[in-house]
Design a protein. Sequence first.
Lengths: 447, 447
Amino acid sequence: MPSKQASESRQEVDSIIQAKWLIPMTDQGLILKDHSLVIQQNMIREILPTDEAIRYFKSSNTYFLDQHIVIPGLINSHGHAAMSLFRGFADDIPLKAWLENKIWPAEGLWVSEEFVTDGAELAIAEMLLSGTTTFTDMYFFPDHVAKAAIKSNIRAHLVSPVLDFPTIWAQNSEEYIHKAMELHDNYKNNEHIYVGFGPHAPYTVSDDPLQKIATLANELDIAIQIHVHETAHEVQEEQSKSGKRPLSRLQELGLMTPNLQCVHMTQLNNEEILLLADSGVSVVHCPASNLKLASGFCPTAKLLDAGVNIALGTDGDASNNELNMLNEMRLAALIGKGHSGDASVLSAWDVLAMATINGAKQIGLADSIGTLESGKFADITAVNLDQINTSPVYNPVSTLVYSAQASQVSHVWVDGQINVKDGMLLHLNEENLKEKAQNWAEKIQAA
Amino acid sequence: MPSKQASESRQEVDSIIQAKWLIPMTDQGLILKDHSLVIQQNMIREILPTDEAIRYFKSSNTYFLDQHIVIPGLINSHGHAAMSLFRGFADDIPLKAWLENKIWPAEGLWVSEEFVTDGAELAIAEMLLSGTTTFTDMYFFPDHVAKAAIKSNIRAHLVSPVLDFPTIWAQNSEEYIHKAMELHDNYKNNEHIYVGFGPHAPYTVSDDPLQKIATLANELDIAIQIHVHETAHEVQEEQSKSGKRPLSRLQELGLMTPNLQCVHMTQLNNEEILLLADSGVSVVHCPASNLKLASGFCPTAKLLDAGVNIALGTDGDASNNELNMLNEMRLAALIGKGHSGDASVLSAWDVLAMATINGAKQIGLADSIGTLESGKFADITAVNLDQINTSPVYNPVSTLVYSAQASQVSHVWVDGQINVKDGMLLHLNEENLKEKAQNWAEKIQAA
């Protein structure tokens, strides 16, 4: 028991998180037992053994997480948040029919500022409750997604959509690109919102706008995220149209730089894998979506082996149907082993890296988020492993990836501010979000 | 408001469950809205619209599940319950090394009556909490698994292990078979415990005992469950030893009858699929285990197409690492689509059938469990869909399979008795089970 004087000599800080197991993700395999995170303002100030933390620091916001694993906040590297309102609207249907007969017509009918706001807030609530602190989003009205993210205190990387054809968001590629630049300009000094380009896919964006995007992204050093090589059909169509595989076309147009994030990538030959590694392009793996739409298998084991940076994404709720990075990590590990035929690849550690530091790398934020280190933003997730389904614990990272449920996420901080406490959302009204979602579904289903 | 007299004329029953959505699983696609289950003793007496149920029946045990989907209790058709104590003990390792270097040595050191009791109770707690009401188990000391099941009020189908070599349970195949017969005799009048034979695999049980098992199982009309065609390696080894594929050997030995349950089945040619269909053999699909051990892909779409009965199992916690049939259904749907390349196969309804009525069929209990029908045992699971991650609901079966978490399982009944109420286990002490599990893990890890 420290004396009153000793206690008063301790420095007051904003928060102290005492963790049973702390996983910095700076080194594969590193598990710090009984360590504390000391948080000042929006930053991690120090990580040290809890007995030392108690000696030097005090805080009225001290969290005793004595059954918990504490990890960097999870990064969901691909999705369409507002599509949470289409969760379960179109299941058990192949990609082409799913898009052409269900999703695109419904989007045409329903997408609006209000739809995007309500859907994004529902999705953000789901992501925070399952431990995600940063998400990449590709959807219409990204300005409204930005507002929802700021209101909810979550970090968002918005890849502003670009298409050749008109939608409610813009009339032509010029206007899409202009709006992306405008969005970037509006948020360039905001540490919660990062803006990049989101050309939808090689088959929906032509050469001119792709080249323009490459030039602008290069100039501003911001990301380009694109759906590419999602299905064999896509690759065949491009080949019969231009004689090239989509990735070759992107290369010729100057897009293959470290700013590029290629989502899905189920069709890759060895040459393309080497090209990705050499050019520093990131791959965003979305295993649930690829399986559910029967799109194909991303060769994650080969990509890791070649040194390609792989991040992990849930895709939208319409093709998953959950924004749950714990389940997505488990699925990435399982399908990586199953598809390669090697049970030793895609370890629990590999997929946790994909969901944290690799996600940070692909946005260009590896200096700010993705690991727990002093001087980084305090984006932190705690998961309570004291449950029947996570007993016993041999290795907490294995337990986290292979056994924990999203409901075990107990605390989530973004920028040092607590968002989820004892499993409850602090800044969003759950009842209100659920009611709005059900109202949308009833309208959509009745149409 | 019914008058006092009207109220008194209503018949008193043991329980009434008022459900928002009731899925009998008698007909694919049938969703009963605002219906009630009327339970008398251990049986479902009636299913009728809630407004009628209120008119004719009353009960002091009336459950108002107005945000819930109510389904037949889930049937986990393959596992090794006591191996819950090895959850996370050996991850990211291929099947052969996993068995030979990790699992078998650890079993040799640790398996005992006490280990099986503690492990089975932990597993049963996990299964009940995630909505399972019947499980098939293949493990040593099945008599102790029976006791744990009876204590916990869960239904168990125990396939008593048979091997050629000695273990702590028996010295030779004769003794294994004798113990299986004894177990069957002990529980033949028990409606919670069903006993069958569990010859481990074609490569661990020789022709003589397999033939003997076929004869006895046929005579008693009880099940035989066997791991078979789990990996390509297994099939190759058998072919170079006997010149036959394992399934052909089982056929020659007289095992291919409706009593046979073939677990895993990742290696199947078209002829074998037809043989399974013609002989009424069931397949038990364990997608998580097959992926995690990189064993291969069970061709579920082709099997369903041929009319083969497919049940669903989690396998043991050492290779999954959870006994969560909701996640297993989702994975079966996802991998079934991904592997076949057809997003329309393995629908949410198909996998729910695999986890309910198909499981009942393979044990020979289709007249007693697996659907919600009057005259069947009241084995019932309720899942609360009123959460952010299950909002909105377009089709509750899709929401259940693709979006719900096990933590949303709110109520579970077996034999009309409530086991889980508002997500809490009523007959097992969770704290005690977790503590025992952690003590085992510490001993095992220190060895």
